[in-house]
Write a protein that binds this ligand. Structure first.
Ligand code: SAM
Length: 380
């Protein structure tokens, strides 16, 4: 058994408020279970066909910030599977196939998998999981204006890359057991939960838009993606007040959202730009470099998982999918390689479970609240 430790109910998380005061209602069954280890191994210990949806943000295979888990570790796993002399991208695709096969086994027939990717390697992720036996159903796009160009600059106005402004999210499905209707009847899976994800009453789209830092109640900052779509819609319908309400608007996670629940954890170095010269790194209680916004993860959880169902994130990081799942009334199991990230995930998920069960003790009052648009000039 490779699972080195298990934290049920994310109870390892500590909370800023008086825990005694927040647990007056007595013990409750925890909705979340966290497992530490390599997901390629830990997935093999889970029951087959027990998961209603996988919502995850796996390694992108781009050597992100020189993290071992996003480079060498993937290549080693591909080599262990018997494939030698692979390019880094080929190795990533092999890893995605191995990971996809392990996910396929634990998903119920007809259950969906939503996985973030990088524009540079999404084709490998999709090919890997398709070769594993999952059906590719769609590719969602999360568009935002907050990306930083990570480009080398050369004389005469030349550079090596564009500013990142979207993240793709692959939507895949384990093949149905019979027809869609039969799969829905037998397993409760097979179809997306669009009614839980409508935006202003309209059928949800496969594009999600983000605001710019600096957008607020009074209006949007220059360059805001959401404002650009508003402007196009207004031009197409002169004289009418048109809102592009088919799109979910979701900014990147604020520092407060990333750290919520981690108040008693030590502040660690936050080195988001390791190659930047002359800047002293800041410190944060949740220094995970790729935290996803809670509102976006809640929407994805609602879309893919039936109410009350079991969501899996095999690469849970600082636990945003788990926090989203408990806020949406789903059960959750998460796997993470790094013990320090698992500790943060436990704290963040426990904090959100507290909101659901003890709304009086919560910062945001529980599940129904949407992230407000930040005040003009506010930090995200
Ligand atoms: C992109 S991050 C996920 C971040 C997460 N979405 C959040 O909001 O915090 C991917 C995570 O997968 C973990 N990871 C990488 N390879 C893994 C493996 N083989 N098994 C389990 N976890 C792994 C990394 O340690 C990292 O924390």
């Amino acid at each position: 058994m490779t699972t080195k430790s298990e934290q049920k109910g994310a109870g390892g998380g500590r909370r800023r408020r008086d825990p005694a005061a927040c647990h007056r209602k007595g013990p409750r069954r925890p909705a979340a279970r966290l497992l530490q280890g390599d997901c390629l191994e830990v997935l093999g210990t889970l029951e087959s066909a027990g998961i209603d949806a996988i919502v995850t943000d796996p390694p992108y295979g781009i050597g992100f910030q020189n993290e071992r888990w996003d480079g060498t570790a993937l290549r080693e796993a591909a080599r262990r599977s018997g494939r030698k002399r692979l390019s880094p991208n080929q190795a990533f695709e092999v890893w995605c196939r191995l990971w996809g096969e392990a996910c396929l086994r634990v998903l119920k027939p007809g259950a969906h998998l939503l996985a973030f990717g990088s524009p540079r390697t999404i084709h490998r992720l999709e090919s890997g999981i398709e070769d594993a036996g999952l059906e590719i159903r769609d590719r969602l796009m999360w568009l935002y204006g907050e990306g930083m160009p990570k480009s080398r600059r050369y004389p005469r106005g030349r550079a090596t890359a564009l500013k990142p402004a979207y993240e793709p999210i692959v939507l895949a499905r384990r093949p149905l057991a019979g027809t869609t209707e039969e799969t829905i009847d037998r397993f409760g899976t097979g179809a997306l939960h669009v009614d839980g994800c409508r935006v202003a009453g309209r059928h949800p789209a496969n594009v999600i838009l983000g605001h710019e830092p600096g957008c607020g109640e009074e209006g949007c900052a220059p360059g805001c993606t959401a404002a650009a779509v508003d402007a196009c819609a207004a031009r197409a319908h002169p004289g009418k007040r048109i809102a592009p309400s088919r799109f979910l608007y979701c900014p990147k996670a604020t520092r407060a959202e990333r750290d919520a629940g981690c108040e008693e954890l030590p502040a660690r170095v936050l080195d988001l730009f390791p190659n930047a010269k002359g800047k002293a790194p800041a410190r944060a209680r949740n220094p995970h470099p790729t935290v996803k916004p809670l509102e976006l993860m809640r929407w994805l959880v609602r879309l893919a998982c039936p109410p009350g169902g079991l969501v899996l994130d095999p690469t849970v990081g600082s636990g945003t999918t788990g926090a989203a799942a408990v806020l949406e009334g789903r059960r959750f199991v998460g796997i993470e390689l790094e013990p320090s990230y698992l500790e943060i995930a436990a704290a963040r998920i426990a904090h959100r479970e507290g909101e659901v069960h003890d709304p009086g003790c919560a910062d945001t009052g529980g599940r129904a609240r949407r992230s407000p648009r930040p005040k003009r000039g506010g930090k995200r």
